[in-house]
Design a protein around this ligand. Structure first.
Ligand code: NAI
Length: 462
């Protein structure tokens, strides 16, 4: 059979395998699922399209899905986030993967298409940011004669449209057939989850979806403690700048913003926060951060980081006011938080991969990280394995739920039950030596729970 993968260099597989072996020791949740379900193979028959950063941690996820019986094809959900040695190790292990760090946008959407091409057709999606779901649903609408993306707002939208047209010409009816075969989708991140709720509201979500992001053991850990480690890692690897004493502005104080502000504070930066939500603004203030308007700190801050999942947060008029050599980066899912397109007609000097210096009309220069795409994965290697283990344990449980009990669900967006959330946490305690106190029966009765949990009501916010 002809080669069914696209990676930078298959010779990197041995290096990838060594890092995978180390990652396994830090991913107790995934390894426990292999123990628990390896023999029963609950994912047998599942043909999962994965669209999620092709990192070492994701490689452990892929091999866990395989161990549980699934067939998997994989693409990265970001053009800069692939770790080429991880992709090589997965390809060498026989799983089709299509991902190269620094792939073009055209390649990105072509690779996503390739990850759908199981000989018998895909029947499950594991998504991060919603691109795989978007691709198949938009394509099916196009096949139904609808005008999709009538006025593309970005270069990427032009590329998506072209890729959909290409697939329609190659295999008429493919999108509709694929959409109808999908039993469910599990979604990793805040931005993808927003897209799913939006689709459901519009009556355009034809299958059940599990919102993995809002498992407590995902968003309150990966988004927060993950970014706490990986944000500063990305800035350091990109710039080697001295962080201590610098003024850093974090736009947004949700889960990612909280982790990002803590990350910069831990490195000694003086951190300021911008927010639109009074609750999060109050939290930032009471965590000790000055809450400011972006406009008021443009000429005094050294580092600007967007974490909002919102568009046009740092605009061209803001960047014009920044001081010489200000560092600008984004850790939210998409690259529209910073108006990078508006910088295209300025002078760019590439410093190294994913680091550019841009000359503004005033003569001041900006250092832009990962062209405004998520910098912790573009400039560094994303979150550490341990926290990704919690996220991905939820992903695997979601895939098992949808694959084995999909018929019990109507189209819609669902969250895993709290008992499973607590199970995910429990699986991660031993590795870091946590000793859990056991409730006594009379104590459990007194607070209205059972000795084995769940320990909190649904509305508890952690
Ligand atoms: P969130 O909803 O908890 O937080 C976003 C915050 O930004 C909210 O508090 C909101 O009020 C605020 N915000 C919105 N517009 C704003 C504006 N114009 N100015 C200032 N603040 C504004 O979302 P979460 O979970 O923190 O995720 C944020 C983004 O990060 C999403 O795109 C998500 O997908 C992504 N993400 C990235 C990760 C990474 O490793 N890079 C990890 C997890 C999530």
């Amino acid at each position: 059979m002809s080669q069914d993968y696209i990676v930078k260099d298959i010779a990197l597989a041995a290096y990838g395998r060594k890092e995978l072996d180390i990652a396994e020791t830090e991913m107790p949740g995934l390894m426990a699922l292999r123990e628990e379900y390896g023999a029963a193979k609950p994912l047998a028959g599942a043909r999962i399209v994965g669209s999620l950063h092709m990192t070492i941690q994701t490689a452990v996820l892929i091999e866990t899905l395989n161990a549980l019986g699934a067939d998997v094809r994989w693409a990265s959900c970001n053009i800069f986030s692939t770790q080429d040695h991880a992709a090589a190790a997965i390809a060498a292990g026989g799983t089709p993967v299509f991902a190269i760090k620094g792939q073009t946008l055209e390649e990105h959407w072509d690779y996503l298409d390739k990850s759908f091409q199981f000989p018998e057709g895909a029947n499950m999606i594991l998504d991060d940011g919603g691109d795989a779901t978007l691709y198949v649903l938009l394509g099916a609408r196009a096949e139904a004669g609808e005008e999709i993306i009538p006025v593309p707002e970005s270069e990427e939208e032009v590329v998506i449209k072209a890729q959909i047209k290409k697939r329609m010409a190659q295999s008429p009816g493919w999108f509709t057939k694929t959409r109808d075969a999908i039993k469910g989708v599990s979604e990793e991140t805040t931005t993808g989850v927003h897209r799913l709720y939006d689709l459901h509201k519009k009556g355009q979500l034809p299958f059940p979806a599990i919102n993995v992001n809002d498992s407590v053991t995902k968003s309150k850990f990966d988004n927060k403690y993950g970014c706490k480690e990986s944000l500063v890692d990305g800035i350091r690897r990109a710039t080697d700048t001295m962080m201590a004493g610098k003024v850093a502005v974090v736009c947004g104080y949700g889960d990612v913003g909280k982790g990002s502000a803590a990350s910069l504070q831990g490195a000694g930066a003086r951190v300021k926060v911008t927010e639109v939500d009074p609750i999060c603004a109050l939290q930032a203030a009471m965590d000790g951060f000055e809450v400011v308007l972006l406009e008021d700190v443009l000429d005094s801050a050294d580092i600007f980081i967007t974490t909002t999942g919102n568009r046009d947060v740092i605009r061209i008029e803001h960047m014009r006011e920044m001081k010489d050599m200000a560092i600008v980066g984004n850790i939210g899912h998409f690259d529209n938080e910073i108006q990078v397109a508006a910088l295209k007609n300025h002078k760019w000097t590439n410093i190294k991969e994913q680091v550019d210096m841009i000359e503004m009309p005033s003569g001041n220069r900006l250092i832009l990280l990962s062209e405004g795409r998520l910098l912790n994965l573009g400039n560094a290697t994303g979150h550490p394995s341990f926290v990704m283990s919690a996220s991905f344990t939820n992903q695997v449980l979601a895939q098992i739920e949808l694959w084995t009990k999909g018929e019990d669900y109507q189209p819609g967006v669902f969250i895993l039950p709290k008992a499973l959330d607590e199970k995910v946490a429990r699986l991660h305690l031993k590795r870091i030596g946590v000793k859990l106190t056991e409730l006594r029966k009379e104590q459990a009765d007194y607070i209205g729970v059972t000795v084995d949990g769940p320990f909190k009501p649904e509305h508890y916010r952690y």
